[in-house]
Structure formats: structure tokens, C-alpha cells
Design a protein around this ligand. Structure first.
Ligand SMILES: Cc1cc2nc3c(=O)[nH]c(=O)nc-3n(C[C@H](O)[C@H](O)[C@H](O)COP(=O)(O)OP(=O)(O)OC[C@H]3O[C@@H](n4cnc5c(N)ncnc54)[C@H](O)[C@@H]3O)c2cc1C
Length: 357
């Protein structure tokens, strides 16, 4: 294509606006003909500053015939994440990042990262997937009430990269789920529909609440170990819990001089649901409840009928909190917004989950 044809095509699309950049278009064409890629790129950039759409179209006309363009998109360079396998390794990774002047962020199973950029970072990314083990709790660091809870296995501690499936399997192994004695096993106070989610990603995003009486997964957390970096670039291990937390301060300080115990409601609440922006969580200590069975019932009704039932379900959900047979654990409502033929009514499935033996 000669330069006059190019100018005519651009004039067809952009009218007299191309007069301001016509001289530059001629030079662009010259660089293209001479295969002078650097000058071509600079000129394209210059035209783009004055008239972005004209530059884009000029580029399109010159390379629209399948000719290979000199300006190739540069693939985004995302460094491989680090996958520490121990607390010490994680601390070393954070120290290295801090000393190199890099920012650092952790990710769990990366479900949020699929549709938001909250896990992205220019610096160092830590993949928590290898930090997924149960952690032994030293009974002596707990206050008396919680020592008893620990003895009854109502308190548990896991590395933050463990998935909910992983934790559930530990608390109530699959092979024992047909037991007649579920109270001998433990489960998380609330469940998630999908269990391939890391503890830290689920907690950091405040996810998976199932209603007023079934709060978010973060609600079960009693204490957590958050790693931060101080002004000197040193990693600080903060064991954070509410003011009336589970830990005995004196015992903790004697046993864990390397850690900093913070018992403060505001800090606990603020740092727990942190969207990855407060540091890196290494572990969570959380409460469990006795395992239980649920029976699911599904009922297909019209939207009008559902409206009559919802207040009753709501009241039951608030009032029937004891995990005894017949009490309502939770309910879900699935609405199909497209009117059904031939009556034109909206269809609804009400799904109730009741405690059962
Ligand atoms: C198909 C699908 C269905 C879903 N269904 C529901 C639903 O029914 N209800 C609901 O509430 N949510 C739902 N979610 C949301 C889901 O719970 C969140 O996306 C959650 O963040 C997933 O956990 P993750 O481990 O994949 O998080 P990631 O995406 O890995 O991380 C999420 C955030 O946590 C931070 N983070 C992760 N690990 C750490 C750490 N160790 N220290 C500090 N910060 C950390 C990350 O930096 C990031 O900001 C769904 C998501 C998907 C993809």
C-alpha cells in the first residue's frame, strides 16, 4: 500500500482530523517501507500521543494483510511464586523480599485471583499450598478454660495453606462418616459448598457466611500467626487474638520469646479479614464443634408460595440453633427468574438442611 492510499483510508475513517498528523503518517509509512522497526515504533508512539485512534488504524491498515508486525505484544513477566515448606523458609522468603526492596503477597488456592487482582503483586508471590499441615498446640500456652477445650479437641491449629477439605478430613476422616456416634468427631462450625479453598484465602476475604447464625469462616478463628516486616526489615511474628484470647500471656512469653503476643479486639478484627494486605498469615488456631448429620429436602414451589414460607424459615433459622434432630440448620432459595410456561409464574426451589441422626 502506498502512502496516499494509506492517507485516503485514514481520511475515510477520521476525516480532516488526520491533517494534523498527515506529515507524521508519511514518515511512519517511510519507516515501514524501510523496515526500520525502531523508528517505526517511535513514530507510531508519537502519533498515538496526538491521535490514538488514527495511530491504531494506521497500524491496522499497514499490517492488516497478515504481515508480521514489528511491534509485538510483550508477554507479561510473572515471576514463579515461591512455595515455602516450613515457617523458617517462609520467614527467609519474606526477609529476602524485604532486603531486596520487594513487595510480597501470599495466595492460597487462587480462586479469588481468577476473577480479581487481589492476589497479584509486582514483587514476590508466596504460594501457600505446601504449608498445609496440622500444628501441635502446646497445652501450656493456653489459659485454663482453653486447655480443657484442647483436651476435648474443640480447638485445632493448621498451617494457613491447608484447604478446608484437608481440615475436614483431619477432623472427621471420610472412612468414619457413617458412624453412629458423630459426637466423637469434630467439624468446622460452618461449612463451605466448595472445599478446595485454602483456609487463608477464605478467611482473608471474609467468605462463606451462610446466614445470621452461620457466620463467615473467619468467625471460627481464635488466634493466628501473622508475619510482618518492621522498619529495620526484620520479620516479626505476631500471634494475634482478641482481648480475652485463648493464650496465657506469661506462659506464652516464656515458651515463645521469638513471638509477639497481641491480645487486642481491634487489631484482631482488622488484621483477620485482610485481603492479603497486612502481612502473611502462617497459621490459624480455630474452634471446632461436634460433628453432626444433616438431611437435605428440596421443594419446588412458585415465587408466591415461597414468599409465604420464607418468614417461617427465617424464624426457624434464628430460633432452632441447637443441633438436635429436626431443627433447621440452614436453608437456601434458588430462583429461576424466567417465567414458566404456560402460567407465567416464577419457579423457586427451597432447599432446607435439618439436623438428623
Ligand atoms: C467457583 C467459586 C465459588 C465460590 N463460592 C463462594 C460462596 O458460595 N460463598 C462465598 O462467600 N465465597 C465464594 N467464593 C469465593 C471464595 O471463597 C474466595 O475466592 C476465597 O478467597 C477463595 O480462597 P483462595 O484460597 O482460593 O484465595 P486466594 O484467591 O488464593 O486469595 C484470596 C486473598 O487472600 C489472600 N491470602 C491468601 N493466603 C494468604 C495468607 N497466607 N496470608 C495473607 N493473605 C493471604 C490473597 O493475597 C488474596 O488477597 C467462590 C469462589 C469461586 C471461584
Amino acid at each position: 500500500m502506498d502512502v496516499d492510499q494509506l492517507l485516503q483510508l485514514l481520511r475515510n475513517d477520521h476525516g480532516d482530523r488526520i491533517n494534523d498528523v498527515a506529515a507524521l503518517i508519511r514518515m511512519l509509512h517511510e519507516h515501514h517501507e524501510a523496515n526500520n522497526n525502531d523508528l517505526f515504533r517511535d513514530m507510531l508512539h508519537e502519533i498515538g500521543q496526538l491521535a490514538a485512534a488514527v495511530a491504531l488504524d494506521a497500524f491496522g491498515h499497514l499490517f492488516g494483510d497478515g504481515e508480521e508486525a514489528p511491534v509485538q505484544p510483550v508477554p507479561l513477566q510473572i515471576p514463579e511464586p515461591l512455595r515455602p515448606t516450613s515457617l523458617n523458609e517462609l520467614i527467609q522468603n519474606i526477609t529476602d523480599a524485604a532486603q531486596g526492596g520487594n513487595t510480597i503477597k501470599a495466595v492460597g488456592t487462587q480462586h479469588s485471583v481468577e476473577w480479581t487482582d487481589i492476589g497479584h503483586i509486582d514483587g514476590t508471590q508466596i504460594d501457600m499450598s505446601e504449608l498445609n499441615d496440622v500444628i501441635h498446640i502446646n497445652r501450656n500456652v493456653l489459659n485454663a478454660v482453653n486447655q480443657e477445650m484442647l483436651d476435648n479437641r474443640m480447638i485445632c491449629c493448621f498451617e494457613a495453606g491447608a484447604t478446608l477439605a484437608h481440615v475436614q478430613e483431619y477432623l472427621w476422616p471420610l472412612g468414619f462418616r457413617t458412624t453412629r456416634n458423630p459426637e466423637r468427631y469434630r467439624v468446622l462450625p460452618n461449612q463451605t459448598g466448595c472445599t478446595n479453598l485454602s483456609l487463608s484465602g477464605t478467611i482473608a476475604t471474609g467468605a462463606h457466611g451462610n446466614g445470621l447464625t452461620k457466620p463467615i469462616i473467619a468467625d471460627m478463628v481464635l488466634s493466628f500467626l501473622l508475619l510482618t516486616v518492621n522498619a529495620n526489615g526484620d520479620v516479626v511474628q505476631n500471634q494475634i487474638e482478641p482481648e480475652d484470647g485463648i493464650t496465657d500471656q506469661q506462659a506464652f512469653e516464656a515458651i515463645h520469646p521469638e513471638k509477639n503476643l497481641i491480645q487486642d479486639d481491634n487489631i484482631f478484627q482488622a488484621a483477620l479479614v485482610n485481603i492479603g494486605g497486612m502481612g502473611i498469615v502462617y497459621s490459624y488456631t480455630f474452634r471446632t464443634v461436634n460433628a453432626f448429620f444433616l438431611t437435605e429436602n428440596r421443594q419446588f414451589v412458585t415465587w408466591e408460595e415461597a414468599q409465604d414460607e420464607i418468614p417461617e424459615l427465617y424464624n426457624r433459622n434464628i430460633n432452632e440453633q441447637e443441633p438436635v434432630e429436626g431443627n433447621l440448620h440452614s436453608f437456601e432459595i434458588f430462583v429461576n427468574p424466567y417465567p414458566m410456561e404456560p402460567q407465567g409464574q416464577v419457579g423457586v426451589v427451597i432447599c432446607t438442611l435439618e439436623y438428623s441422626n
